[in-house]
Write a protein that binds this ligand. Structure first.
Ligand SMILES: NS(=O)(=O)c1ccc(NC(=O)NCCCCO)cc1
Ligand SMILES: [Zn+2]
Length: 260
């Protein structure tokens, strides 16, 4: 496996190299031996209702599965969080080969892809758009993907991808339980304060990165790569691959772990 220094990045993903005043940017390399055990960290509590799944769409960066976040049907509590957060969407980042694709790394180890479950603080704000600007506005669960056995729960999502190949295509997508994408063990995680990894790169995210990965098949991941960055009208079609941001400086931040 290549280390995280591989320069094969889609240029747009470098984003602005330095966000003005950005000292808590994401993603980062998680140096395991430098993470600090925090015994106050609680187990994560997730409650998701598959019936609140609404649509899946290609936003030109990734594909998003969006949920109705107007009620407290899909919540994330516990872990490092003081408040109740609501799931608004999940999406992935991946590479053009299985050698790289994740945004976070663990001791420089790259994974072929990474899942992000995006939640906003519904105790303090009334909309995602408000929360995205605030220090403790968002909580994103990161889950690494490894290539191995087929993920049965993922297949329904994989089967929908060819219908949203181009940027801005949307299809109705219902009855999907995002909980099926979490690893068996959600008690072991790293957590740190960071940012969105795509514009607006706002520093409003409590990151919760799972230690245990999930497995998907080579073929399932290949379907991710059949998506396009470009809209149907554009003459030159570009494969949606390498949609990850380069690692950002830690700037003195501490990564806490919920386990030894
Ligand atoms: N990769 S990441 O850090 O998890 C991430 C998550 C959300 C966003 N932005 C986002 O969801 N914007 C959507 C705004 C409309 C809300 O419905 C950007 C990056
Ligand atoms: Zn993401």
């Amino acid at each position: 496996n290549l280390t995280a220094c591989s320069s094969k990045m889609h240029p747009m993903w470098q984003g602005p190299l330095a966000v003005p005043g950005g000292d808590r940017q994401s993603p980062i390399d998680i140096v395991v031996r430098k993470s600090v055990l925090d015994t106050e960290l609680k187990p994560l509590k997730t409650t998701y209702d598959p019936k609140t799944c609404q649509q899946i769409w290609n936003n030109g960066y990734s594909f998003l599965v969006e949920y109705d976040d107007t009620t407290d049907k899909n919540t994330l509590k516990g872990g490092p969080l003081q408040d109740t957060f609501r799931l608004c969407q999940f999406h992935f980042h991946w590479g053009e080969t299985n050698d790289w694709g994740s945004e976070h790394t663990v001791d420089r180890r790259l994974f072929p892809a990474e899942l992000h479950l995006v939640h906003w603080n519904a105790d303090r704000y009334s909309l995602f758009e408000e929360a995205v600007m605030e220090d403790n506005g968002l909580a994103v669960i990161g889950v690494f993907l490894k290539v191995g056995k087929r993920h049965e729960g993922l297949q329904k999502l994989v089967d929908a991808l060819p219908t949203i190949r181009h940027k801005d295509s949307v299809v109705e997508f219902t009855c999907f339980d995002p909980g099926c994408l979490l690893p068996a063990n959600t008690d072991d995680y790293w957590t740190y304060h960071g940012s969105l990894t795509t514009p607006p790169l706002t520093e409003s995210v409590t990151w919760i990165v799972m230690k245990q990965h999930i497995e998907v098949s080579h073929d399932q991941l290949a379907v991710f790569r059949s998506l396009l960055f470009t809209s149907a009208e554009e003459e030159v079609q570009k494969s949606m691959v390498n949609n990850f941001r380069v690692q950002q400086p830690l700037r003195g931040r501490t990564v806490r772990s919920s386990f030894t």
